[in-house]
Design a protein around this ligand. Structure first.
Ligand code: HEC
Length: 121
């Protein structure tokens, strides 16, 4: 009797473990993208986004571009945000924001990570 109780406990522990294992990868993949995006944004040789944009936590940001706030609310369509970073001149032909994707300054993967990070601002 005690043995079967232990077996049930073990089986349910395994089930819980398996359950979290299938759940965690997608969550942490997103967290990885957000962390990578922030690193790219704050790397002067990559995004250097704070050179022009203020956002929460930015140290001595520039103010050439608008502050990045409430991005999720203002860009319900994430693709628009991606497009803005890929080629800002699409939305504003006179934009001085570098067209990071169009000029191959950043890869598709890097812009996707940046988009995920900007979405958290
Ligand atoms: C040289 C300055 C400059 C740099 C560097 C820059 N931006 Fe911009 N950004 C701008 C300006 C100016 C605008 C305002 C819209 C326009 O003129 O295109 C803008 C607009 C934006 C917008 C739209 C904001 C809104 O309120 O709708 C987003 C999002 C954005 N930038 C993200 C980024 C990210 C992410 C980076 C780094 C990869 C970056 N920018 C780097 C100048 C810059």
């Amino acid at each position: 009797m005690r043995k079967s109780a232990r077996m049930i406990a073990t089986a349910s522990a395994v089930a819980v473990l398996l359950g979290t294992m299938t759940f965690i990868p997608t969550q942490s993949a997103l967290a990885d993208d957000v962390a990578d995006g922030k690193k790219i944004a704050e790397n002067r040789k990559k995004g250097n986004c704070f050179g022009c944009h203020a956002y929460e936590g930015a140290t001595m940001p520039g103010n050439i571009g608008p502050p990045l706030v409430a991005m999720k609310a203002r860009y319900p369509d994430k693709q628009k945000l991606y497009d803005q970073i890929w080629d800002a001149s699409k939305a504003n032909p006179n934009s001085i924001m570098p067209p990071f994707g169009k000029h191959d300054a950043l890869s598709d993967k890097e812009i996707k990570a940046l988009t995920e990070w900007v979405y958290t601002l």
